[in-house]
Design a protein around this ligand. Structure first.
Ligand SMILES: [Zn+2]
Ligand SMILES: [Zn+2]
Length: 284
């Protein structure tokens, strides 16, 4: 299987609407590794739909603990376990990831205990290891290097952009962030930069629809980036391809791919992908 990025869930935020896209999750295949980045609702379904066996789950990274990035981490691991997972899985996430996992296992204690006894399964709590992230290099394994950069996503302080490198290829995920100039250095020369993006004209309508108007708008403006800001970071970093992801709004019928392209073309002239659920980006 060639190296590739699969965008499993492409919307920003946790709310679901009929026919709309699903929250954040991606599958990165690089150097033979299968790496899941973020576990928003729908990640398990998305992975199964790509045709990969859940038993082959290997590495999982969580950028931050907002629910649209972590809600389905426990259910993914548990479902992989019932699908026959028998090899260790490493989960890397911000401080608090261990607490989430411990409490998830407690919530599912009845089922976990009974399957160990009744079905002879290994103890899931021993298969999964949690490593809490800080800045800098977080993984160096068999040619795979992963590093993390703290980004600007108030009021969340532990939110990390991630850079994956293997055999001269590199993919960077911005995580959720307001426009954050140091990301340009962090993403320098990457083959793919997956950057979150908002579209200005969609924000007013989104806020009107969602109901908690002023506070939501304040959060979006303080904590997320506009498409043209993502384009500027990509240009400064000199990446080969920009993928706009974690789209806000993602399900406004009046906003289409052409609107995203028009916004980002003000600052980015290179290869461009606008994410949608299930879209595959080859890592040439
Ligand atoms: Zn988010
Ligand atoms: Zn967030």
């Amino acid at each position: 299987m060639p190296d590739r990025l699969v965008l499993l869930g492409s919307k920003g935020g946790p709310a679901l609407r009929p026919g709309g896209p699903w929250p954040s999750s991606s599958l990165l295949r690089i150097g033979g590794r299968k790496i899941v980045v973020d576990c928003g609702l729908g990640v398990t379904r998305g992975l199964v739909d790509t045709g990969i066996s859940l038993k082959a789950l290997d590495l999982i990274f969580i950028t931050h603990l907002h629910s649209d990035h972590v809600l389905e981490l426990g259910p993914l691991l548990h479902t992989a376990w019932t699908a026959g997972l028998a090899t260790p899985v490493g989960v890397f996430g911000p401080p608090g990831t261990g607490h989430y996992w411990q409490r998830f296992c407690q919530a599912m204690e009845f089922d976990i205990e009974i399957r160990i006894v009744d079905e002879g399964r290994p103890d899931i709590r021993e298969l999964v290891s949690i490593v809490e992230l800080g800045e800098g290099q977080v993984v160096e394994q068999r040619g795979l290097e992963v590093s993390a950069l703290r980004v600007d996503h108030p009021p969340v302080t532990d939110c990390f952009a991630l850079r994956f490198e293997h055999g001269g290829k590199s993919v960077v995920f911005s995580a959720d962030t307001a426009c954050f100039p140091p990301l340009a250095d962090f993403a320098e020369g990457a083959d793919i930069l997956v950057h979150e993006a908002m579209l200005e004209e969609g924000i007013e309508r989104l806020v009107a629809r969602t109901g908690n108007g002023a506070r939501l708008k304040e959060h979006l403006l303080a904590s997320h980036s506009f498409a043209q800001e993502a384009g500027r970071i990509a240009s400064e970093a000199g990446v080969r391809r920009l993928v706009l992801n974690h789209l806000i709004p993602a399900d406004d019928p009046e906003i289409g791919e052409a609107d995203w392209i028009a916004a980002v073309r003000k600052t980015w002239a290179g290869d461009l992908t606008i994410a949608s659920d299930g879209l595959v980006v080859e890592l040439a």
